[in-house]
Design a protein around this ligand. Structure first.
Ligand code: DC
Length: 222
């Protein structure tokens, strides 16, 4: 079976656009599994730091990414047998992840793993930055979530209670610039994506909106 044979709902967009919450709830609503690909990049950054690699050393980090055992499911991230669910969200990994995500060898490896995951799980709701553009160009539905930068920073600051709003806003601005400016699979909207601006919308409204889009798409294909 090919990745194009299974139903993939691609949810892309910048940090704080609501991707994770929306994607997780949408998966429950549609009876599909959910994959957080950002957690996979974070897990590779965590593994690099733990093994004493410099995240900017492209070849050693890519070689490590090909070897590392990763499992990402239900918010639990296990890296070579160690539960790293908390550490991957911390400041050290958040600082290192942009350079790891710009590494072509790392991206190639994680892309392959994401496609294998989709086939094994018979489709899913998959969130990231390049899911509709690069990893699953034949996705059943591609959604690009956006929100005003201040709203995105406020959402992230609420999740990370130990960090001040200004710190979070600066981190988001830095990562947006890195994600959009890199040459390898930059964050761009797919031509055939549906944009949803979540600035003034509640989570349930967004989930309902996207679920209806999926259902209409499925009906039009049957
Ligand atoms: O969604 P997040 O903030 O957990 O993502 C962590 C980093 O990984 C972020 O800087 C963007 C990058 N990323 C990526 O380049 N491609 C993806 N498919 C998912 C995340």
């Amino acid at each position: 079976m090919e990745p194009s044979d299974v139903p993939v709902i691609a949810i892309d967009g910048p940090a704080g656009s609501g991707k994770s919450t929306v994607a997780r709830r949408l998966a429950v609503r549609l009876g599909l599994d959910y994959l957080d690909t950002g957690a996979m990049y974070r897990a590779v950054a965590f593994a690099a730091i733990r093994q004493g690699l410099d995240p900017v050393d492209a070849d050693p980090v890519a070689a490590m990414a090909r070897q590392v055992e990763l499992s990402v499911s239900d918010g639990v991230v296990v890296v070579d047998g160690t539960d790293a669910s908390v550490e991957i969200r911390g400041p050290e990994v958040s600082r290192a992840v942009s350079v790891v995500a710009a590494n072509a060898g790392v991206r190639e490896e994680l892309r392959t793993r994401q496609r294998v995951w989709a086939v094994e799980h018979r489709g899913g709701v998959i969130e990231g930055r390049d899911i509709g553009t690069v990893v699953f160009p034949d996705a059943l539905l591609k959604v690009y979530l956006t929100a005003d930068p201040e709203v995105r920073a406020a959402r992230r600051a609420k999740e990370m209670t130990d960090l001040a709003y200004d710190t979070v806003a600066a981190d988001i601005a830095r990562r947006d610039a890195a994600d959009q400016g890199r040459s390898e699979s930059p964050l761009v909207e797919a031509d055939d994506a549906v944009t949803v601006d979540t600035t003034g919308l509640g989570i349930e409204e967004v989930v309902e909106l996207v679920a209806q889009m999926v259902e209409r798409r499925q009906e039009s294909m049957s």
